[in-house]
Design a binder for this molecule. Structure first.
Ligand SMILES: Cc1cc2nc3c(=O)[nH]c(=O)nc-3n(C[C@H](O)[C@H](O)[C@H](O)COP(=O)(O)OP(=O)(O)OC[C@H]3O[C@@H](n4cnc5c(N)ncnc54)[C@H](O)[C@@H]3O)c2cc1C
Length: 493
């Protein structure tokens, strides 16, 4: 059997390992950490449970597909349910919006709170759906570096569907052309942060993202997000994948334009195929020792990072839901700080995720597990203790202002993850959440491909390569990699 080594057990690595073992390859995953999951980890503290990274679960179909392929009933591994409110939004002037996943209910809510014409909301979401189906699927489900993608008839639909403003206007301008109320513009601008981008620079094309939350829906995995990792890990084991944890890969060995294995623990692990789930910058710089290509990766702007406070809160806040956003007053200034000035913004948009709203066991009775996240510039600037302290105070002041109550006395446990910590835990360069940003109209075309044709047997998966970051896209990257390889019996060395 041809042998595959997957470096890293993030979502992309796990999904690639499962797919390739289903194709008959002998798969080993080498992971530097002591367990699987990468950015998606778990902190347990005095009865509080916190998912460390991703908190929003969309497109469960990607997971369903994987279990179907493996011939295993997903419900034996993983259960999830849909959530009827995708997010609760809070504005500094006291407005609150309940973002129902039901399109009509959401449109009525927007009219009630902001005066926005409900047809504007409905039309926007319909357009978002059409864009996702006709254009998004091409960008996200296929390799853009494969000629067959461009020769397929669906490309004509995509070109017909794409308007001038999707490509040449920023998402902010696109939204201002469609909504009257500043609240609606800010709410829909926020979707640029789904892949760590700036709505004032990223193209209107990102307007297809709300389709995921508002048309397809948002979901809650029972046991929290970590149950996604547990399910994929168990499925991989069931399919015969071997895992070696605490095994940092030091290099990818190559000979005559093809990979021959990887170096880890001071010895060669031979393999026919290597799939790197490591940030593509580090894959080139550290594993392939290819400074030039590493420098090329850095020509694209990095996505934003995050500063996260994991707070065990010793009381319940009925005014909060599973996902909550407290917007900054001046969104444009906030993004200018994040991407241009690369400095913390004193009035940050604050995102709070509380899984104890969904099920017991996530926090002690009567208490709540708050995952409090601020967008942060990629890099070190929000990692030093002074900056973290200042951001913490700004966040607490903002929440006191907007919730009408000081939450300081209720913080029973605290953990903090900085951009530096994200980088250290998962080797994600500068702590970027999603590899490169989409802050240019060509960004989707410029993400690193899922293979390097000049190096036979070398493939790339995960958030830093095509089609991008986020759990659904990492899973799609694994599918694209798997589609590039024949089934094991047809493998030719
Ligand atoms: C704070 C935060 C919030 C997020 N929110 C969301 C969200 O709400 N929804 C969503 O869909 N996505 C979200 N994301 C993004 C999502 O977490 C990622 O896109 C996804 O988990 C990344 O998976 P990946 O496959 O790129 O691998 P990663 O998680 O980056 O894992 C890479 C793995 O490779 C290992 N590794 C690195 N170098 C080596 C080496 N040399 N040898 C061996 N192993 C190595 C690392 O230890 C790590 O386990 C968020 C991310 C963060 C950090």
């Amino acid at each position: 059997m041809p042998r595959v080594i997957v470096i890293g057990s993030g979502i992309g690595g796990l999904a690639s390992a499962i797919r390739l073992s289903c194709k008959g390859y002998e798969v080993t995953v080498l992971e530097k950490n002591e367990g699987p999951g990468g950015k998606l980890g778990l902190i347990e503290r005095s009865g509080y449970r916190f998912d460390t990274g991703p908190s929003l679960f969309t497109q469960p179909a990607n997971l369903e597909e994987l279990f179907e392929l493996a011939g295993e009933p997903i419900h034996d591994y993983f259960r999830y349910r849909s959530v009827d409110v995708s997010c609760r939004y809070f504005y500094e002037d006291g407005k609150k919006i309940e973002a129902y996943t039901d399109r009509d209910a959401f449109a009525s809510e927007m009219q009630r709170v902001t005066g926005e014409d409900p047809d504007h909301i409905r039309d926007y979401l319909s357009e978002s759906e059409r864009m996702y189906d006709d254009v998004g699927r091409i960008f996200l489900d296929y390799s853009l570096h494969n000629p067959s993608t461009w020769l397929h008839p669906r490309i004509f639909n995509a070109l017909k569907r794409t308007g001038f403003s999707h490509v040449f206007h920023s998402l902010d301008r696109f939204n201002r052309e469609r909504f009257r109320s500043p609240e609606a513009v800010q709410l829909f601008n926020r979707y640029a942060t789904y892949n760590g981008s700036n709505p004032y620079k990223a193209p209107g094309m990102l307007s297809l993202i709300p389709h995921l939350e508002h048309n397809e829906g948002t979901f809650y995995p029972e046991g929290g997000m970590i149950s996604i990792v547990d399910a994929l890990h168990r499925l991989a084991l069931k399919k015969g994948v071997e895992f070696r944890f605490g095994e940092k890969v030091e290099g990818i060995n190559t000979e005559n334009g093809r990979v021959t294995g990887v170096m880890a623990g001071g010895r060669l692990h031979p393999s026919d195929v290597v799939v790197s789930n490591v940030d593509v910058y580090y894959t080139y710089r550290d594993l392939l020792k290819d400074e030039k290509r590493a420098a090329d990766v850095l020509k694209r702007e990095r996505s934003s990072s995050a500063l996260i406070f994991y707070w065990g809160i010793g009381r319940s806040f009925p005014e909060l839901h599973l996902h909550n956003i407290f917007f900054s007053r001046d969104y444009a200034a906030e993004f200018s700080h994040l991407f241009d000035l690369k400095r913390p913004y004193p009035d940050p948009t604050v995102y709070i995720n509380i899984t104890s709203k969904m099920e017991t066991g996530q926090a002690p009775e009567g208490a709540e597990n708050w995952f409090v996240m601020l967008n942060a510039p990629a890099g070190d600037v929000m990692s030093n203790p002074e900056a973290v302290n200042q951001a913490r105070e700004n966040t607490l002041d903002k929440l006191e202002r907007m919730l009408g109550r000081d939450i300081r006395p209720y913080i029973e446990t605290e953990d903090i993850l900085t951009p530096k910590g994200i980088e250290r835990n998962t080797d994600s360069y500068l702590g970027s959440l999603y590899g490169t940003s989409s802050n240019s109209k060509w960004a989707a075309f410029l993400r690193h491909p899922n293979r390097r044709r000049s190096m036979r047997g070398l493939f790339f998966t995960g958030g830093s390569v095509h089609p991008g970051g986020g759990i659904p896209l990492c899973m799609k990257s694994a599918r694209i990699v798997s589609d590039m390889l024949p089934s094991a019996p047809e493998w030719k060395p």
